[in-house]
Design a protein around this ligand. Structure first.
Ligand code: PHE
Length: 442
């Protein structure tokens, strides 16, 4: 068997996992969902959901990964016998599907970064986005993103993923913090903060707000498709997994929250509320550039920082997605890492081309594999760990964690609250597929 990779340090693992989690979902999806879901009401629900559902499922993934030291297909086979291998296979396919559209959005981000660096963002950002989001330019940008991702994966866990994460993640935190400070100097941002931080309680009990928060949290934390199983499979020793899960979830949530402190003042300062409520993509790729253009040179600098941050966030997430696919090929087919990276990544690059030709396809895939399947995957994981594998899971957890009471609470959550919440969320995620599919044909 090919030798399995391993993280060089605890911090390396944490930064890589946070890198996988922090992505376009944090900087693009969170603020948008919050603006649609009643501002702070959404934010509060989101925090509750991360705590009650996200952290337990994340812990379950870390426990499975570290215990089995296998990629998802083999890991689920070990946990539940051959009859559960299909769950792992589904995870790999979901990773494949997500990366195929994620890399397209990453390409748009990269393209705008280049435009800001060259100072060539045209006045009409709507037409510009239409031109760069579909067609040859979009394909090229998508392929460049895939190429970067493959290059990192091929170098290995420690020399590739960990090395890149250790440099890029602190950089990303600094860039976002700088953006938040800059945003606080904007005049007229006050109502933006107020909207973001003042809870509109009339919306908090709407099913859409609740399930929207749940779906967003799952995507943002990269749960339900084995990314965290895969990364945890490279963990040596017996560290404290709930602590790791908490740090990862907290960092991811903090970045999303600070991202909102950037976005909302910007939106209100430039009076872009209408464009933002039209679409999430519009907010990021049309409204923000339009606002920044009006600031001249300073806007150019902010644009470079903003799109660099987005690109870094997207790249480290893309890496974690490709690692799920590659590690499965390495473990299950005996491929070398280079071969798995190039062939797996190459296939995803091809599969991404339809998305680079139609942004409706991107939207549909997001609803399908980025929402419905992730929530379904999380539901399966909760049931598997909570019912079928609970004694082994408990023992694995307690090998590096001293609180049997919390371990009991964890299993209890996985058996009750978590599957219940996820089943309801899944129902609404499936309902949302209809409109997304309709957009494809209109
Ligand atoms: N969590 C990433 C984001 O917020 C997306 C992602 C989902 C990455 C699932 C890996 C797995 O952008």
């Amino acid at each position: 068997m090919v030798q399995r990779g391993a993280w060089g340090s605890n911090v390396g693992f944490i930064l890589a996992a946070v890198g996988g989690a922090v992505g376009l979902g944090n900087l693009w999806g969170f603020a948008y969902s919050a603006s649609q879901g009643g501002g702070a009401a959404f934010v509060v629900l989101y925090f509750v959901f991360v705590l009650v559902v996200g952290v337990p499922v994340l812990t379950a993934e870390l426990v499975i990964g570290r215990h089995t030291k296998r990629s998802p297909i083999a890991a689920l086979g070990q946990v539940g016998g051959a009859r559960l291998k299909w769950v792992g296979l589904m995870f790999v396919l979901v990773g494949f599907g997500i990366l195929s559209f994620y890399s397209v959005i990453m390409g748009w981000t990269g393209r705008l970064l280049v435009d800001f660096i060259r100072g060539s963002v045209p006045e009409d950002t709507t037409a510009h986005f239409a031109a760069i989001s579909e067609g040859t330019g979009a394909i090229v940008a998508h392929l460049v993103g895939m190429l970067l991702t493959i290059l990192v994966i091929s170098r290995g866990v420690q020399r590739g993923i960990e090395r890149v994460s250790v440099v890029l993640m602190p950089t990303l935190f600094l860039l976002i913090a700088a953006l938040a400070v800059w945003a606080s100097t904007l005049s007229g941002g006050g109502p933006g903060y107020a909207f973001y931080l003042h809870p509109d309680l009339s919306r908090i009990f709407h099913t859409e707000t609740i399930t929207g928060a749940a779906g967003q949290a799952f995507f943002s934390l990269s749960l339900g498709m084995g990314a965290m199983i895969t990364y945890a499979s490279y963990l040596p020793g017996h560290g404290n997994l709930p602590a790791k899960a908490a740090i990862i979830a907290l960092s991811d949530t903090l970045v999303a929250f600070v991202g909102g402190l950037v976005t909302f003042p910007v939106i209100f300062h430039f009076g872009l509320q209408q464009q933002v409520s039209d679409s999430a993509i519009g907010a990021l790729f049309i409204a923000v550039p339009r606002g920044l253009l009006s600031l001249g040179g300073a806007g150019q600098v902010v644009g470079i920082v903003f799109f660099s941050a987005l690109y870094i966030a997207a790249l480290t997430s893309a890496i974690s997605l490709l690692e799920v696919v590659s590690s499965a090929a390495i473990d299950s087919l005996g491929w070398t890492r280079a071969r798995a990276g190039w062939l797996g990544g190459g296939a995803i690059a091809l599969a991404g081309i339809p998305g680079a030709l139609s942004s409706d396809w991107v939207g549909f895939l997001f609803q399908l594999v980025g929402q419905a399947f992730l929530v379904f995957g999380g539901l399966l994981l909760a049931v598997i760990v909570g019912y079928l594998w609970k004694d082994a899971a408990r023992a694995e957890l307690l090998s590096g964690f001293r609180s049997p009471a919390l371990a009991t609470a964890w299993i209890w959550l996985l058996r009750t609250v978590v599957p219940l919440m996820l089943a309801v969320t899944l129902y609404f995620a499936v309902l949302a597929l209809g409109p997304a599919a309709k957009a494809l044909f209109s």
